[in-house]
Design a protein around this ligand. Structure first.
Ligand SMILES: [Zn+2]
Ligand SMILES: [Zn+2]
Ligand SMILES: [Zn+2]
Length: 360
């Protein structure tokens, strides 16, 4: 069990992608500069001149999709006005933030997540998050179907100026690309390798491990709780079908991943009942992050099995998940110079604080 006051200094290898590691150092001095306070996020409900607010639909490119319908939309999708990729693109080797050179065909859309300008995910209703994630699924499906050159459809969200959101109105982005982004590629390759060796999905193993650590020992006679085992718990939140975990070797101090409890490689396989549960787990997890770090500004990324021939054999070894990466500090010179991420709070301690948080 990790004691809060105990100093930890160790390099942890990411069990999924072993080439990635993080230096966990809770000693003072690893962050010589005080963390910058992120600029406050925009919490207004409606902004007259915002192109994503209701009444201003003519200020955006035409609607690609809307739910429940075009007129009374709660979630609306438009083409990105400044696409990273376009199907008329003639420029080659655009370098996108995923450290992947992309050449050629692609699509870039914006999902306006909610009518309310500055609403955070944990403030949305579960029903709304259910609608939003249904739109994620529909766009992924539609974009894969639209062109066979598409190998990956990435859904991500930047929330708050510290996370690089250029438009304050809450939104997600969809990028359909002819290559698999490097980090997803690494996860798929390494988890396939793990499966070949262990005949088991590495993500399932990690979920099992996290859940096993959370054990309650009952008294044989009376059935009352005798002791709760509390060894390095990484579980933040769980539902019937999903679990939110603090990774053992996370790059970002408050990074949390949400995974299906039952093995599932493709987000497109999610059932409606599972998606309802996912909405609840996501809302509560975001609420915990917000309660602990205050006005969480973050990026999240949906990682799911790529639709290409190279990875058609990976449905047993890859496991889809949502990576939530809150931006609480700016990278230090050491991190930029070494490529090694530094975490000044141990993942165990972060998980403990998140579990103890009262999201409401
Ligand atoms: Zn707005
Ligand atoms: Zn699995
Ligand atoms: Zn991932």
């Amino acid at each position: 069990m990790t004691d809060q006051t105990e100093t930890i200094r160790e390099i942890r290898i990411n069990p999924i992608v072993p080439s990635e590691s993080v230096l966990v150092s809770t000693a003072r001095g690893m962050r010589p500069r005080k963390d910058e306070n992120p600029a406050p996020r925009d919490t207004r409900k409606h902004v007259d001149r915002c192109p994503f607010c209701t009444g201003n639909e003519t200020m955006t490119p035409p609607t690609v999709a809307a739910a429940p319908d075009d007129k009374h939309w709660e979630v609306r999708v438009v083409e990105n006005l400044y696409p990273v990729l376009g199907d008329d693109s003639t420029s080659s080797n655009l370098v996108f933030g995923l450290q992947q050179a992309i050449d050629g065909y692609g699509r870039h859309e914006v999902i306006i997540d909610h009518q309310e300008h500055g609403i955070a995910v944990h403030e949305m209703s579960e029903q709304h998050i259910f609608l939003l994630t249904g739109m994620y699924r529909d766009r992924i499906r539609a974009l894969y179907a639209a062109d066979e050159r598409i190998q990956y459809v990435l859904i991500f969200k930047n929330f708050g100026p510290a996370a690089g959101a250029s438009i304050p109105h809450t939104h997600s982005q969809v990028i359909a690309m002819p290559v698999v982004p490097e980090n997803v590629h690494n996860e798929v390759v390494h988890s396939r390798h793990y499966f070949e060796k262990n005949r088991q999905c590495v993500f399932c193993s990690l979920v099992d491990e996290a859940l096993t650590f959370e054990a309650t020992i009952y008294d044989r006679e009376s059935g009352s709780v005798r002791r709760k085992i509390d060894v390095g718990q990484y579980v933040i939140e769980r539902g019937r079908h999903f679990v939110a975990i603090k990774p053992f070797a996370s790059r970002y101090e408050w990074e949390v991943h949400i995974l299906p409890l039952q093995h599932q490689s493709d987000f497109l396989e999610i059932s409606d009942a599972e998606r309802r549960d996912f909405a609840g787990v996501l809302k509560r997890t975001m609420g915990r992050l917000d309660a602990v770090i205050g006005g969480a500004q973050y990026n999240y990324f949906l990682h799911s099995i790529p639709h290409n021939n190279e990875f058609s054999d990976c449905s047993d070894s890859y496991h889809w998940h949502l990576e939530i990466c809150p931006r609480t500090s700016i990278p230090t010179g050491f991190e930029l110079g070494s490529g090694l991420f530094v975490s000044t709070i141990s993942p165990e301690d972060a998980a403990r604080q998140l579990r103890a948080a009262n999201p409401e």
